[in-house]
Write a protein that binds this ligand. Sequence first.
Ligand code: ADP
Ligand code: MG
Length: 334
Amino acid sequence: MGEFELIRRYFQRPAAALPAAVALGIGDDCALLRPAPGWQLAISSDMLVEGRHFFADVDPAALGHKALAVNLSDLAAMGARPLGFTLALALPAAEEAWLGAFSHGLFALADAHACPLIGGDTTRGPLNICITVLGEVWPGRALRRDAARAGDDLYLSGGTGLARLALELLRGTDWACQHSAPGALARLRARLERPAPRLALGQALAGLAHAAIDLSDGLAGDLGHVLRASGVGAEIELNQLPVATELLALPLPQRLECLLHGGDDYELLFCAAPADAAAVAAAAQTSQTPIRRIGRIGSAPGLRLLDAAGRAIALPGRSFDHFAAAAAPAAAAA
Ligand code: ADP
Ligand code: MG
């Protein structure tokens, strides 16, 4: 199977199936898009590299899903609606079973969000998947990282930490395996491999919330990007953070590591004026997305964690070695 046969067989779909916003899809030198008049284009790229972002033996359908999901999550975090995406794919070989499953996972998510594949590039090489997603957003309504204001409420969709626990179970990490029920990995694997981008919530919040970010690298770190861009600080009320039962079973340091630094959550973290609390709740309801107020934005820079009594507690460190060190004698940790 040659390059063009591969594209035709696995990635090109009938032009009739394309939405009106796509004037020309796969097959020419460029795709042609027709954004809604007056709207701004929102554009984002994310690359997935074998060994770094996924294991070589990952289910190809899940990989197709996740490659697009992480990109759609960026549109969600901007309050944009999807227009289409391109796919640049490096493959070690044209393996039919792999390509069939990969494109199946990819298109299932693309179809669920009416986001068509409009072009790309295909080459032989170490497995590498780069997607660029295009969306549209009304001027002034995008949820920018620099728009948080002191006094805002801080909200989180869904909850954090389970993707990280699934990753540690996959890796066979001691603390994860010791404190998880049998079958936990089978239940939690989808949290890591099939994140659901919060597009409906993002669009419902456009023009309403002040700032938003999607959580790819962990709650604390990603919130830090918003705080620095906006020149503000934040307090997180620990007892307001949603904690899944699987995480409750972990010792406190590992639980906090998953909740605050977990990564791969693909939830939305956003802030809004307290006066808009009812409108935010309505946006969550119309988008059928659970949200929780987890703290507030303040003018003092930095991130503070508050316990149930409102006392500041130390923010735990963020690396794995931290746990290795904590478990070992103090001298070994130094
Ligand atoms: P060019 O030589 O102009 O770069 P290519 O020969 O690479 O074009 O690709 C032919 C057509 O197929 C183009 O329209 C391109 O966008 C599309 N295409 C190539 N690879 C992919 C892919 N992996 N997914 C979707 N479309 C692709
Ligand atoms: Mg090309």
